[in-house]
Design a protein around this ligand. Structure first.
Ligand code: NAI
Ligand code: MG
Length: 480
């Protein structure tokens, strides 16, 4: 039964968006000499929110120069002193959490319930976690005298703008690196708010630099000769391009790319709990999640029962105004991403899969796609192979555990996977055979700053989070 709720919109009066935004270099907001500006919008309404600077090669050079200068003293600072700054940033994020969550939802389109309850609390948690590491680097597993790389270039995507910033900046600073970070072109506003937080925390000038812009700005960071390491999260296509660009240089690289995760449901799984896990797996954040459970593998004997429960549940998802506290599924982040989802969904129908979509009403303006499920999907279909990055689930079936494992691993990706069964022995057996960086059992999309996250194969290399994520920003120095 669907309960009707009165609208419960979160107020936007707490955010203060500048109409024209500059770059954050050496602790100051400075305007680009030659860079043009582009607009950023609210994807749920298509309203213009602000103008953002497209940083040029010269701007990136200025940012790298500031980061290089800052590196000398930041790296020498006692770990406990660097920790104080990180703890301060974490506390300011908690203080300003509501403001950050509203701004994130405005610029990204994700439901306020998620930005408020998931993204921003995890952002603070990452800064707290790595603040704790800053004076314990000798326990990272790289000998008694690990060293930071130097200036790190970080390029992040639009699906979790603040969370990806935290995953990148917190361990880099704890380890003693300085950073030049570029947010995605559609979601720059919270990164610019983070720049203000760095000022508020009295972070020394040049330790964090934020340069906005699109692919050209990203390329300028990747190709800058004085950058020591690149950390990238985004498409496999750009990840491959970055790997080629820096091959033959001494630059270090970590890549966190796409995924096509299998979420495997055995016939003994607790169905109600599993339904919630499937929904969380693919409809959380509109499915704009690299580790989304986008391929549902269901044991044949429970296929019909599970699907009928799933359709009932999906009809209850509230799709619409992301600022409404009752909303479950928000807007697609950009017109371009919507086109990609529409194109792949059309290919599913053309290749013979059966499409089911929620009967929800979609708003007239903005970018929207209804929660959608494809059944009768075969492994060769594009919707079973390619990352859709939207609220679209592809359902395949299996009869035996071996078949489930073979189908789950039949992908060029290997970021995450899920297993639903009551049997502990089956969990151990199946999870150990899945070629994925993260495997969840009887849950999905659980994130924690202490657990490493990253992929196999075309999902990238390197780990973020936990001790492993810290070591990506360090190398073993001479032991003392
Ligand atoms: P993208 O890979 O183009 O963008 C990610 C970041 O890379 C952005 O900051 C962008 O400005 C930057 N970038 C783009 N070209 C670059 C270049 N040549 N050098 C350096 N930086 C560059 O991803 P896009 O186009 O936004 O999304 C396309 C698809 O990629 C999505 O549909 C999805 O399948 C996948 N994707 C995966 C993500 C993940 O979390 N693993 C995140 C975003 C997208
Ligand atoms: Mg792109």
């Amino acid at each position: 039964m669907k309960f009707e709720y009165a609208p419960a919109p979160e107020s936007t009066s707490i955010v203060n968006i500048k109409s024209k935004n500059d770059l954050f270099i050496d602790n100051e907001f400075i305007s680009s000499k030659k860079g043009s500006r582009f607009i950023t919008i609210n994807p749920a309404t298509e309203e213009v929110l602000a103008e953002i600077t497209a940083a040029t090669d010269d701007d990136v050079d200025l940012a790298v120069t500031a980061a290089r200068k800052a590196f000398k003293s930041w790296a020498k600072l006692a770990g406990a002193e660097r920790a104080k700054y990180l703890f301060r940033i974490a506390r300011i994020i908690q203080d300003r959490a509501r403001e950050i969550a509203v701004l994130e939802t405005l610029n990204n389109g994700k439901p306020i319930r998620e930005s408020r309850d998931v993204d921003i609390p995890l952002v603070a948690a990452h800064f707290f976690h790595y603040a704790g590491w800053a004076d314990k680097l000798e326990y990272a597993g790289l000998g008694s005298n690990p060293k930071p790389h130097g200036v790190v270039g970080q390029i992040i995507p639009w699906n979790f703008p603040m969370l990806m910033l935290a995953w990148k900046i917190a361990p880099a600073l704890a380890a003693g690196n300085t950073v030049v970070l570029k947010p995605a072109e559609t979601t720059s506003l919270t990164a610019l708010l983070f720049a203000e937080i760095c000022q508020q925390a009295d972070l020394p000038p040049g330790v964090v630099n934020i340069v906005t812009g699109a692919g050209d700005t990203g390329r300028a960071i990747v190709n800058h000769p004085d950058v020591n390491k690149i950390a990238f999260t985004g498409s496999t296509e750009v990840g491959r391009f970055i790997a080629q660009s820096i091959a033959g240089t001494k630059k270090k690289l970590t890549l966190e790319l796409g995924g096509k995760a299998a979420n495997i449901v055995f016939d003994d799984a607790p169905l109600d709990q599993t339904i919630e896990g499937i929904v969380n797996g693919i409809f959380f954040n509109q499915g704009h999640v690299c580790c989304a459970g986008s391929r549902l593998l269901v044991q044949e004997s429970i296929h019909d029962e599970l699907l009928s429960l799933l359709y009932q549940r999906l009809e209850l998802l509230r799709v619409g105004d992301p600022l409404d506290k009752n909303t479950d599924v928000g807007a697609i982040n950009s017109a371009a991403q919507l086109v990609k989802i529409q194109e792949l969904a059309a290919s599913g129908e053309a290749e013979g899969a059966n499409r089911w979509s929620s009967s929800c009403q979609l708003p007239a303006n903005g970018f929207w796609f209804p929660p959608t499920v494809f059944t009768n999907v075969s492994q060769s279909h594009r919707i079973a192979r390619e990352e859709i990055f939207g609220p679209v689930l592809s359902v395949l079936t299996f009869r035996t555990p071996d078949e489930a494992i073979a189908k789950a691993n039949n992908t060029p990706y290997g970021l995450s996977a899920g297993v639903w069964t009551e049997k502990g022995s089956r969990i151990l057996e199946v999870t150990s055979k899945l070629k994925a960086g993260v495997v969840w059992a009887n849950t999905f999309n659980k994130f924690d700053p202490t657990s490493p996250f990253g992929g196999y194969k075309e999902s990238g290399y390197g780990r973020e989070g936990g001790r492993q994520g810290l070591t990506a920003y360090l190398f073993a120095g001479e032991n003392e």
